[in-house]
Design a protein around this ligand. Sequence first.
Ligand code: CP
Ligand code: NVA
Length: 309
Amino acid sequence: MKKPRHILTLSDLTVDELKNVFEIAEDLKAKYFQGERPKRLDGQVLGMIFEKMSLRTRVSFESGMSALGGSSMLLEEKHIGLGTRESVKDVSRVLSSMVDCIVFRAKRHETVEEFASYSSVPVINALTDKSHPCQALADMLTIKEEFGSLENVCVAWVGDSNNVAASLVEACSMLGCKIVISSPDGYNFSQEEIAAMTGQRQPGFELALVKDPREAVRSANVVYTDVWVSMGQESEEEERKKVFQPYQVNADLMKNAQRDAIFLHCLPARRGLEVTDEVIDSPQSRVIQEAANRMHAQKGLLVWLLEKK
Ligand code: CP
Ligand code: NVA
């Protein structure tokens, strides 16, 4: 039996494959707004396991799958008892015998890796503690729509070097963009993590680590932040709120970025903490377009993975 392709990080795609996913996504998005919903996954079924909360990821996969003529089902942790009622191995083997693809949001990245190793159908990472590849697909689609191309675009990440940042670095590396990461001491990626994220770097890619957020955004066309306390880090909340305060994206910080700079956030946002209302509701903010692009980008990925060739 042919081994399924799993998308646990963006590096599971080659650069050409990633570009192909974008082409399909852009084509499907254009058609969507012309009222066309090609049934390219007619009759196919998506299983979705969520061990953590979600709005965008769940809805974008469900809506996207439905628009493509397929269907999806949500499996919450409390319903299947993954790893408690039944082993990860058995859930994976059983579920993958009944559906065409599995989307998995997990507390631990290693659980998705283990699950995928037993699955007979493609598994897509829908966020783990380490990465969020589907988010980065939507982010790059949004940036390309804004600037017409990804060439010479500089992205500044301000805040925690977390799962969303990791996938964004990977995307910038594979698509040849500049990225500046501004995180407080103790919250930066390690050299090993950076090496793993940039294994397929393309010409134009540059990565800089700049501690001062004002300096970090100076060349930025895109200023991006995320929550200071990710799901699973709740016990660190008080400490993190103190450490990250100087990294808040507010109107003062945005003044230091390029004049054409847009603001991105994967959402959900903690308004008044990592970003002020003034910025997230400003004309520079593209957060709703970015969220909507989750569906279009993932439709590209689903068709690329599942369409019968
Ligand atoms: N950005 C994102 O993944 O949102 P959800 O957690 O709501 O799915
Ligand atoms: N870094 C956040 C992203 C949520 C979409 C988290 O993991 O909770």
